[in-house]
Design a protein around this ligand. Structure first.
Ligand code: HEC
Length: 192
């Protein structure tokens, strides 16, 4: 009985009562009343009067990888860049996910150009052509990074490692779309 009374007494002190619209007291208010400036506000102490500071010249955000190829340097990128990812099941699966989020709308499920937005969007060339099969990974990476003619750049949406992964999946689509008699034998063996 005493225990029960004690519990009720403690609870009524600690718990805010339901008919109040404001809390009894602010417990450690510094935790939620931050004294920092809001990004879009003014700051009299700053040189240009803005609260948001401009990063010093020549600095890059953490983890940022500069890209040194101009929009027309598809060939040079192809010669110099190497895919850092191994062609594993996991990396290819990651590439498939990215492809199905970003590329499928235009390039289609199999990469042949029958995307959901085609038409009205002009039909892109197939990714299974001899041209792209012979392109090094770096050239495909370049097109995803910089875009090509009416294809926009996907550098903002797709992080570099995901771009490399999507290329592994494009390679799988190319292989699937150009299967040899040997591939078919292998498939038959697996399905037995
Ligand atoms: C908005 C539609 C659209 C999306 C999304 C898109 N592409 Fe493209 N892509 C195109 C078009 C259109 C072209 C042809 C551009 C041109 O005329 O040179 C193209 C060209 C390419 C080429 C060069 C083909 C060639 O024969 O020159 C590659 C490689 C490519 N895309 C890969 C991708 C990959 C990988 C993705 C996803 C990360 C992607 N694209 C997303 C529309 C798109």
């Amino acid at each position: 009985m005493i225990k029960k009374l004690l519990f009720i007494a403690t609870a009524s002190v600690l718990l805010p009562s339901c008919d109040k619209t404001s809390p009894e007291m602010d417990f450690m208010p510094d935790m939620y009343e931050s004294t920092s400036y809001k990004a879009q506000k003014e700051d009299a102490n700053s040189k240009d009067g803005a609260a948001a500071r401009v990063p010093p010249e020549g600095t890059v955000p953490r983890g940022f990888q500069p890209y040194h190829y101009g929009v027309n340097e598809t060939d040079r990128a192809g010669k110099e860049l190497r895919n850092p990812l191994l062609s594993t099941h996991a990396n290819m699966g990651r590439g498939q996910k990215i492809f199905n989020i970003y590329c499928i709308v235009c390039h289609g499920l199999k990469g042949t150009g029958e995307g959901f937005v085609v038409p009205p969007f002009p039909r892109p060339p197939s990714l299974l052509t001899e041209k792209i099969r012979n392109w090094p990974d770096g050239s495909i990476f370049h097109v995803i990074t910089r875009g090509q003619n009416i294809m926009p750049s996907y550098a903002v949406q797709i992080q570099p490692d995901d771009r490399w992964a999507v290329i592994l999946y494009v390679r799988a689509l190319q292989r699937a779309g150009n299967a040899t008699a040997e591939d078919m034998k292998e498939l038959e063996k697996q399905s037995k």
